[in-house]
Every structure is written in C-alpha cells, then in structure tokens.
Design a protein around this ligand. Structure first.
Ligand SMILES: [Zn+2]
Length: 121
C-alpha cells in the first residue's frame, strides 16, 4: 500500500505515513454527501476506504478537481485480461483489441472502448 495525493499540477505525490489518516478522515467526512451521488453506501471506517483504494480507484478528499488520493501499489498491479483474439481483432475505428469485452458497437460499426467513450462523451 502506497497512498498518494494528487497535486494541482496533476502529478501524484506520496503521502507521508503519519498524514495518511488525515486524508482518509477527510474522505470519510465527505462520504455521507458524496456516496449517494455515485449510488453507493457511504463508507464509515478507515478500513473501508483502504479497501476501496486497494481496487486501484482514486477517491476525492476535497472539492478541487485534483483533491484525490489513490493507492499507487494497487494501480501498478496489472489487470488480468481475457484474451479472445490472440492475434488481435481490427475494429472499424482502426484500433486492434484482444478481448471481446473491449469491443463496443457504435453507429459506424465496431469500436474500441476509448473511441466509443470519445464519440459518446
Ligand atoms: Zn479505437
């Protein structure tokens, strides 16, 4: 576990171990307000926050866009991916994917998730 906070310049900085509690407590203070907005039950213990961070997702501790903390160790862990097409499959968007779950169907044929997000986002 290596908890980092995001800085205003977008970079991530390690939090000194003695300050980790402070950040996690700030997350917990926001939970009753924030959790319902993302359709989940508010976390109420430090352990719950640590478990959340262990999934590799960042979580906000403040109102600024960069006010997030994350567990750098969880992010480094490679995501296990299913390979359905060992040689890759070329999609209409021009990208090649290796797993069926990465194929999105768009109005102009098949596309990868990145292109799909860009088109719909
Ligand atoms: Zn694509």
């Amino acid at each position: 576990m290596k908890i980092q906070r995001q800085l205003g310049n977008g970079m991530w900085d390690d939090i000194e171990p003695e300050f980790i509690d402070q950040y996690i407590n700030k997350v917990l203070l926001r939970e009753p307000w924030y959790a319902p907005r993302v359709n989940r039950t508010p976390m109420s213990t430090q352990q719950e926050v640590l478990d959340f961070l262990a999934t590799g997702k960042p979580i906000s501790h403040g109102d600024d866009w960069y006010s997030s903390i994350r567990d750098a160790d969880a992010i480094k862990r490679p995501v296990e991916r299913r390979v359905d097409f060992p040689d890759g499959r070329k999609l209409s968007c021009g990208h090649t994917v290796y797993s069926r779950s990465e194929i999105m169907s768009a109005s102009l044929g098949s596309s990868c998730q990145d292109c799909y997000d860009r088109m719909s986002g």
